[in-house]
Ligand binder design. Structure first.
Ligand code: GUN
Length: 276
């Protein structure tokens, strides 16, 4: 039976550290979460982050804009936050509506307030292994593996899904840690050829049950990032129960990489405050 990589437990530990540091510095960092439109999932994510912020002593302000806002106007609003010295961190809740240029919006955030690590400067710093602000979901996976003393150097890692939030930054971090990374995208022919070879398999697609135990080698480490919701509930990109028998370690679908993302977002807010 695989060992469960307990993201809830580690995230509580990280939150406690963040809280202690905030208290000992006698500060109260401010994070602004920007939402465009009324996407109910985005609202839910932000309200969850808001609850966790309170627990660690971070003040989260939820700034909502009308769905119809254009890219130029949104950039002007972000510039106001960039200039506001009371704002430590800025998070743009993704996805943005289709008519908005997400890349331009991410470029408009001050790199020192970029809690998601989406600004090109922070992406470049990650390339050279010098980033202070690393995308939380990606960093969360690495810290979870570190917590269970799983070495990365020399390991073959298959990453399915190369999005900006998780897969792509994660590939860079694995490379920085001397792993061999097989980066699979939508056009990759026969992704299972790569997953069957890998010591660590990461799936960040948002495709229900994409991977089961027949597509991994025995003893591999399985990291589920993507989730999908339907009338039956929340489902992983991997079939958790079938993987349990064959993997050596696995993240649960709920309580794995999700809580780690929130903890590292909050820790990044503290880092932003300290970068001032
Ligand atoms: N939407 C889904 N996940 C994330 C995330 O990690 N950061 C942001 N900004 N938006 C998201």
């Amino acid at each position: 039976m695989a060992i469960i990589l307990d993201g809830t437990k580690l995230s509580n530990k990280i939150n406690k550290k963040t809280k202690n540091e905030i208290e000992s510095l006698g500060i109260s960092p401010n994070l602004v979460a920007v939402q465009v439109g009324e996407n109910p999932e985005s609202s839910l994510y932000i309200s969850h982050k808001s609850k966790k912020s309170v627990e660690v002593g971070i003040v989260l302000s939820h700034l909502k804009f009308d769905e119809a806002i254009d890219t130029k106007t949104l950039i002007k609003e972000i510039n106001k936050l960039n200039k506001d010295s009371s704002v430590d961190g800025i998070m743009i809740q993704l996805p943005l509506p289709n008519h908005i240029d997400t890349k331009l919006i991410c470029q408009s955030i001050s790199p020192q307030k970029d809690v998601d690590g989406f600004h090109p400067l922070n992406k470049g710093l990650l390339d050279i292994n010098k980033a202070d602000l690393i995308p939380p979901t990606a960093q969360g996976v690495i810290e979870l593996l570190n917590e269970y003393n799983i070495p990365l150097a020399g390991k073959t890692v298959a990453i399915i899904g190369l999005g900006e939030i998780a897969g792509k930054p994660l590939a860079k971090i694995f490379v920085n840690n001397d792993a061999t990374v097989l980066m699979c995208n939508k056009k990759t022919i026969n992704i299972f050829k790569f997953t069957k070879e890998a010591d660590i398999v990461v799936v960040a697609v948002g495709h229900k049950y994409l991977l089961d135990e027949t597509q991994i080698k025995k003893g591999s480490i399985v990291i589920n990032i993507g989730i999908t919701k339907d009338e039956e509930g929340i489902h992983g990109d991997v079939v958790f129960e079938s993987m349990l028998k064959k993997a050596s370690y696995i993240t649960p679908i709920i309580g794995g990489t999700g809580p780690m993302t929130v903890s590292l977002l909050l820790r990044n807010t503290l880092i932003c405050r300290k970068l001032k």
